[in-house]
Design a protein around this ligand. Sequence first.
Ligand SMILES: Cc1ncc(COP(=O)(O)O)c(C=O)c1O
Length: 380
Amino acid sequence: MKFATKAVHSGSYHDPSTGSIVPPLYQTATYVLDEVGKDKGYDYTRSSNPTRAILEANLAALDSGKYGISFASGMSAVDAILRLLSSGDHVISSDDVYGGVFRLFEQILSRFNLSFTYVDTSQPEKIAEAIRPETKLIWVETPTNPLLKITDLEVVSQIAKEHKLLLGVDSTFATPYLLRPLEFGVDLVLHSTTKYLSGHNQLIGGVVVTNNEDLYEKLKFFQKSIGAVSGPFDCWLTLLGVKTLPLRMEKHSSNAMAVAKFLEDHPKVKHITYPGLTSHPQHEIAKRQMKDFSGMISFELKGDIHAGINLMNNVRLCALAESLGAVESMITHPASMTHAEVPEEERLKRGLTNSLVRLSVGIEHVDDIIEDLELALKKV
Ligand SMILES: Cc1ncc(COP(=O)(O)O)c(C=O)c1O
C-alpha cells in the first residue's frame, strides 16, 4: 500500500454497529466488564483505549514500524525513551536539540545520574569519538530545531550497531512522509504529534514507533505505569490530521522552498538555512535520505539583533508563536522562546544566536506569505 493510502486507512475500521466511516471516539475512562476476570480487551483508558489503538497502529504503519506508543506530548515520549536507561548510563545527543529536550536532559534526568554529551551529529565521527564504556543511547534530531542540521542516519546507524548502542531519532521536523528512520536501522523514532502529524495547532501529543518487541513492551509498560497518555479526543483529532499529511507536507515543502529562495536573494538577509538549498552544508544527505525538505527555515538579518525582532513584530500573516508544523505560518525567536532555557553561553557555542529567526512555513498561498515577509522586511 502506498503512503497516502496508509495515511487515510491504516489502523482504521468502519464502526461495525453504525457503519460510521470515521473511527469512533471512545471518550471514556473505563469499561464495563462482562463478569469478574472477563473484559472485552479494555479495562481502563490509561492502559488502553480503542481510539488510541487506532492512532498507534496508523502511526506505526506510516513509519514502517510494527509498534506505536502514543503519549500526552512529545516531551513525555522523549522521557519514556530515556526511562529505558539506568542510573550511570551515558547518552550522546545532537547538540542542537529542541530546548525542552535539553532542559529535560540537563535539569531533570541528570539528577538521576544519567549523563549527556552533546555533539554535532551531522559529523558522525564526533559521535564515535564521544562513545564511552557506559554509553547506551545515541539521540539524534534530524533536521534539528532550530538550525536544521541533517544527520546521515545510515552512517550513524552503523556506528550504533558496531558499538551495540540504542539509536533514537526525533523526526518531528521531517514526518514519516519525508523520512522513515526505521528503514535506516534506527531502533526508536519519535515525533511530537503536536506538529505536522496533527497539523492544525489544536493539541499536544507525542508518539514513539519501533520494530523491536522488547522495547515496545517496556515502553507500553511505562505508558500505563506513568500515565502520560494521550487523551482519546486528541488521538481522534490526530487521526483526522494524519489523513492529509502527504498533501500538507508537499505544500509545506514547496512553499518553504519558494520562501527560502526569496529570503536567500533578499538584500537584508545575512544568512539563511534551509535543507533544500544547495548552500545547506548537508543538502546532499537531505536529498538522499528525505523525500522533500519540509517547511522549516531559519535565518538571520543583517544589522543587530533588533532587525530580526522588528521583523517578527511586523509580520501580519505569520503568527509570532512558539510552535511549528501547522497549516498556519508561524515565526519564532528561538533565543527568547523555544530555546530560552538553554544557557546563553551554550546557545552561542552551538550557533544559536540571539538574532536567529525560525520560520514554520504554512500552507497558505505562497504569494501571501512572501508578501507578508516583504512588507515586514521594509520596516526593518
Ligand atoms: C523537535 C522537537 N521534539 C520534541 C518536541 C516536544 O514536543 P511537545 O511540545 O509536543 O511536547 C518539540 C517541541 O517543539 C520539538 O520541536
